[in-house]
Design a protein around this ligand. Structure first.
Ligand SMILES: *Cc1c(COP(=O)(O)O)cnc(C)c1O
Length: 443
């Protein structure tokens, strides 16, 4: 295990990272960006070690993926064993138990006690695409409703479902048709104030779908129970449940995209549990397999089984090594109570972030749940105008001091925090200290 300690041996990035970065620029397509060009040699728990020997505190988890920690012991062991047994047969050719066991776990862990089925894929975007395929097939309808600030991936259909143009969509059209966008219940920016947000956003949603799409044409409503890339927006209380209920009334499939918010991240196995919402279909990926590529669609048996045999699948979907990693990651989450760990992380972080917001009025809002927390940065002095320049400056100041932070938000003005759920309290506290220094140095 990597020593759980921040250590700076060179500037960030250091000379060996800079050398590698020059090679990257000359060989890797420049469309593939990097947030922080430190090249990684090892990582474990809450620490990432770079090729110059710097040890950075990880508040990103590779975008909410390594929730069980990097190279988590159970995951390493399971992958070692599986890779030696067999690496691939294609589940659609000659199947294996690991895939079935992951499906059983997903059916058990996702909200609701109804009969469920799962199908496995390689990436989050692929899971979302397949959830839409299932919903369209099962309902015989075509329209899909998505929300402002939504992020669902970078493939053609999921670009259409994603709200933000730069960098995800610019120049990549034409996009898939039959996608309709409605306002998100975004309390901080709701025009008439957060107290009206849930009621008014629901009324607008229902009215727009009725008037511009038609309930009878709508296959699915797709929503992130807490929005990720769009700015860690927590929908106003009650909004999710009303949308889900309305979908049921109209025979529309309610799809929860829990790719970022799932697997203990928000303090429950899934974020929609907090609102008591039982989705018809749920998409998962990111945190599911401790860093190996795996994604899934899980949902009502009658919807999932509506698709003809051979209609869903792919060469690598549910690869045995990724499935072994997922089983080990899920076992780790249960054995180490990582839902509890996420709540403990919130109990430590939220008061520190709130104190920071008291001190710096450029922090417009502290929000999120569990270990999925964020601050939205504004101009301050009473103005809620987004402040992406300061957000980039604070994030860069964190990086220089050895703390990996990520930004997000439609306006690029949200600093988000996604520490591995196994991070120790000491390291978490130190990371927060670095963040406080970065604010003091940048505001
Ligand atoms: C990351 C993400 C996706 C896309 O997942 P990929 O594995 O990058 O394709 C989809 N939805 C949400 C909510 C995400 O956070």
């Amino acid at each position: 295990m990597v020593e759980q300690k921040r250590l700076l041996k060179s500037a960030i990035p250091g000379p060996r990272s800079l050398e590698l970065h020059a090679r990257k620029s000359a060989s890797v397509a420049s469309g593939v960006g990097t947030t922080l060009p430190v090249y990684v040699e090892r990582a474990g728990g809450g620490i990432v070690v770079d090729v110059d020997g710097n040890q950075l505190i990880d508040f990103g988890s590779g975008i909410a993926v390594t929730s069980v920690g990097n190279s988590a012991p159970r995951v390493v062991e399971a992958v070692r064993e599986q890779v030696a047994d067999f690496t691939h047969t294609c589940f659609m050719v000659t199947p294996y138990e690991e895939y079935v066991a992951v499906a059983e776990k997903l059916n058990e862990l996702t909200p609701g006690s109804h009969e469920k089925r799962s199908a496995l894929f390689n990436s989050g975007a692929e899971a979302v695409e397949n959830a839409v395929k299932v919903a369209r097939h099962a309902t015989g309808r075509q329209a899909v409703v998505a929300f402002d600030h939504a992020y669902h991936g970078r493939t053609n259909l999921t670009m259409a479902l994603t709200a933000k143009n730069m960098p995800y969509k610019q120049g990549f059209g034409p996009f898939a048709s039959e996608i309709y966008r409605v306002p998100m219940a975004y309390p901080y920016r709701w025009p008439t104030g957060p107290e009206h947000c849930s009621d008014e956003a629901f009324a607008e949603f229902a009215e727009l779908v009725h008037a511009q799409v038609g309930e009878q044409n709508t296959a699915a409503v797709l929503i992130e129970p807490i929005q990720g890339e769009g700015g860690f927006i927590v929908p106003a209380p009650g909004f999710l449940a009303r949308v889900a209920q309305w979908c049921t009334e109209h025979g529309i499939v309610f799809i929860a995209d829990e790719i970022q918010s799932g697997f203990c991240r928000t303090g429950d196995w899934f974020a929609c549990e907090f609102e008591g919402v039982v989705p018809d279909l749920i998409t998962t990926a990111k945190g599911i397999a401790g860093g190996l590529p795996l994604a899934a669609v899980t949902g009502r048996a009658e919807l999932m089984d509506a698709v003809h045999a051979g209609g869903l699948g792919g060469t690598y979907g549910g690869n045995p090594v990724a499935c072994a990693a997922a089983l080990a990651a899920i076992e780790t989450m249960a054995a180490e109570d990582l839902c509890g760990a996420a709540r403990r992380i919130e109990a430590i972080m939220r008061p520190r972030l709130a104190a920071l917001a008291e001190k710096f009025d450029v922090i417009g809002e502290v929000r999120g749940r569990g270990a999925m927390l964020a601050v939205e940065l504004v101009d301050g002095g009473g103005s809620h105008a987004p402040n992406p320049a300061l957000t980039a400056a604070v994030s860069a100041a964190c990086h220089q001091r050895g703390l990996i932070t990520l930004t997000c938000g439609t306006f690029g003005n949200v600093l988000r925090f996604l520490p591995p759920l196994v991070i120790g309290d000491g390291l978490l506290g130190e990371g927060l200290g670095v963040l406080e220094e970065a604010f003091a140095a940048s505001v």
